[in-house]
Design a protein around this ligand. Structure first.
Ligand SMILES: [Zn+2]
Length: 67
């Protein structure tokens, strides 16, 4: 599992979460900040392990953005 970077906005702890809804596309994975509750990209694809990793990658990409 990839490691989550802290929130790019407030520096709070990030957490990987899933929606409760299970559809034909599988669950949606996303990363959210536990402090300011901002959400990263919602990733909704068939393979759960893959969507988790993609959600983390999307979050980490934004966390490292300078602007
Ligand atoms: Zn935050």
């Amino acid at each position: 599992m990839n490691e989550l970077k802290p929130c790019p906005f407030c520096g709070g702890d990030a957490e990987l979460r899933h929606t409760d809804i299970t559809s034909e596309y599988g669950r949606t994975s996303y990363v959210t900040c536990t402090k300011c509750l901002i959400k990263g990209t919602m990733i909704n694809i068939s393979f759960k392990y893959s969507s988790d990793e993609r959600a983390i990658e999307a979050w980490n990409r934004r966390a490292t953005k300078d602007d």
